[in-house]
Design a protein around this ligand. Structure first.
Ligand code: G1P
Ligand code: ZN
Length: 541
């Protein structure tokens, strides 16, 4: 075993403003690429000498090899200790928990989240801080600056560490603890939710289908639902994490989790359906013939979280990303809770949680979570729903109908236009921003524009600002649409159009029909077809 310093040259690193680096797997596999970024990452946090890190990933192709590289580099850079999931596996929320539980200096998570995996698909890497949450912009920008000038990296050269056996070993002077990726997380869930009540409901014949989509949540969902709560042995589908996710696109939405959707809309649907994404932070909730939009799920959880033991004293406050529907705002208003609106991306919630302002956060993009970790958490959301159902004895459709009857309904949908040429998407956004001044008072069918802006955020905790976070157009009566470009896509640009309509009377319409006028107004204001040639979205959620 020798410690080496290898000369290298700058790479194209992480885009500023994004919380992780995501590229095609083959890019990461290229000469020195991963090594360069890992060194830039370590340098960006001021080095890792004497520090303890958590390392693990979602099991996608290259996860194992990349983990060995990170361990060898952490050791050569003087890290004191690394806690790594057995077989290099850790879900993103479990990694966040291990960072917090062990009071480490942070962690490296390997994942491209809900993007497909495989040698020709996506790979990713990100750094989480000692609070368990994604690195803030100042840090990721420092990493980015390092990638532009990097000229050498440090690495131990020798045999790989045995990651298949739980236990402690050493790599040079660095201690390596291989831990069960699931155990500590199961304990955490048990401390938050009423496991006996959920187990009783399951024993009474309540049937669940959890689709892990051949990604990381399989072992977690099996350990909790099947082994601990007594659900049937085939409750978790696609339960083994595979390097290519079995060819599945592990994004839990109606389009990609269509197997689950078909089952839940079928004649013999289980009582509860749910799915999670590649790295286990996203979730989708479905009842028999009843899809729950993520914005509604957040609102239902806000209204009922006190039924779970971990939240019995009520929530400190709630937060949602700006494009997420205002359904949760109505609950917050009724319950007298503070409600925050933040730009898209989980990192903005971290400050609010660290400051004790909120304990529940959510995004329309199938992300829900609480201050138990500093990431969104798919399995957590599923258990929260099961806890609510066990405590109320109500089905998913009953919960939704009761919720809408009490708070009104925010019809909601997101239309994604994918792989647009980046230049065209930029021209569209610039033109849209430029047109906002003249919009107020204009009529589009029955809708009249009340106001519009380009959303900017002032963080109430650290005073930082984030501009150009999405154009929003609000109509009289509260309907609105929002347009922004995705920051996580890996090919071209993805235009996201978020649509919302508030309704207090007709509560059982089909969402696309309920939103038809908003959709028409949005297209005529934005001119999507004129700028991109696209008439219909690629994905509707
Ligand atoms: C998407 C979602 C966003 C989420 C992020 C990471 O980002 O829209 O809510 O936080 O993935 O899961 P986007 O591609 O829109 O920038
Ligand atoms: Zn994810």
């Amino acid at each position: 075993m020798t410690k080496a310093t290898i000369a290298t040259s700058p790479i194209e690193g992480q885009k500023p403003g994004t919380s992780g680096l995501r590229k095609k797997c083959r890019v990461f596999m290229g000469d020195h690429y991963l090594e360069n970024f890992v060194q830039a990452m370590f340098d960006g946090i001021g080095g890792v000498a004497g520090k303890t890190l958590v390392v693990g990933g979602d099991g996608r192709f290259h996860n194992d090899v990349a983990t060995q590289t990170i361990l060898a580099m952490a050791a050569a850079n003087g890290a004191a200790r690394v806690i790594v999931g057995q077989n290099a596996l850790l879900s993103t929320p479990a990694a966040s928990h291990l960072i917090r539980l062990n009071k480490t200096d942070g962690g490296v998570i390997l994942s491209a989240s809900h993007n497909p995996g495989g040698e020709d698909e996506d790979f990713g890497i990100k750094f989480n801080m000692s609070n368990g949450g994604p690195a803030p912009e100042a840090i990721t920008n420092a990493m980015f600056e390092r990638t532009k000038v990097i000229d050498a990296y440090h690495i131990w050269q020798g045999d790989p560490v045995d990651l298949s056996t739980i236990g402690t070993s050493a790599l040079g002077d660095m201690q390596v603890d291989v831990v069960d990726p699931v155990a500590a997380y199961v304990d955490l869930m048990q401390s938050l939710f009423d496991f006996p009540a959920i187990a009783k409901m399951i024993k009474g014949g309540f049937r669940i289908r959890f689709d892990s989509m051949c990604a990381i949540t399989g072992p977690y969902a099996r350990a909790i639902l099947e082994d601990t709560l007594g659900a049937a042995k085939d409750t978790v589908a696609h339960a083994t994490p595979l390097p290519d996710f079995g060819g599945m696109h592990p994004d839990p939405n109606p389009t990609w989790a269509h197997e689950l959707m078909d089952e839940m809309m079928g004649a013999d649907a289980p009582d509860f359906g749910c799915a999670s994404d590649g790295d286990g932070d996203r979730n989708m909730i479905v009842g028999p013939n009843c899809y729950v939009s993520p914005s509604d799920s957040l609102a239902v959880i806000a209204a009922n979280a006190h039924l779970a033991p971990g939240y019995k004293d009520g929530l400190k406050g709630v937060a949602r990303s700006m494009p997420t529907s205002a359904a949760v705002d109505r609950v917050a208003e009724a319950l007298g809770l503070d409600c925050y609106e933040t730009p898209t991306g989980w990192k903005f919630f971290g400050n609010l949680m660290d400051d004790g302002r909120v304990s529940l956060c959510g995004e329309e993009s199938f992300g829900t979570g609480s201050d138990h970790v500093r990431e969104k958490d798919g399995v957590w959301a599923v258990l929260m729903w099961l806890n609510i159902m066990a405590a109320t004895g109500k089905s998913v459709p009953e919960l939704m109908e009761g919720h809408w009857a009490r708070f009104g309904r925010n019809y909601y949908s997101r239309h994604d236009f994918e792989a647009i040429e980046s230049e065209k998407a930029d021209v569209l956004m610039t033109a849209l921003r430029g047109s906002l001044d003249g919009l107020t008072g204009q009529n589009y069918g029955p809708l009249t524009v009340e106001k519009s802006d380009d959303y900017a955020y002032l963080d109430p905790v650290d005073g930082s600002t984030s501009a150009q976070q999405g154009v929003r157009v609000v109509f009289e009566g509260g309907s609105r649409f929002v347009v922004r470009l995705s920051g996580t896509g890996t090919s071209g640009a993805t235009l996201r159009l978020y649509l919302e309509k508030v309704e207090t009377k007709a509560l059982n319409l089909e969402p696309q029909a309920a939103l038809a006028e908003v959709i028409a107004a949005a297209h005529s204001i934005i001119g999507i077809e004129g700028f991109t040639g696209r008439t219909a979205p690629d994905v509707i959620t």
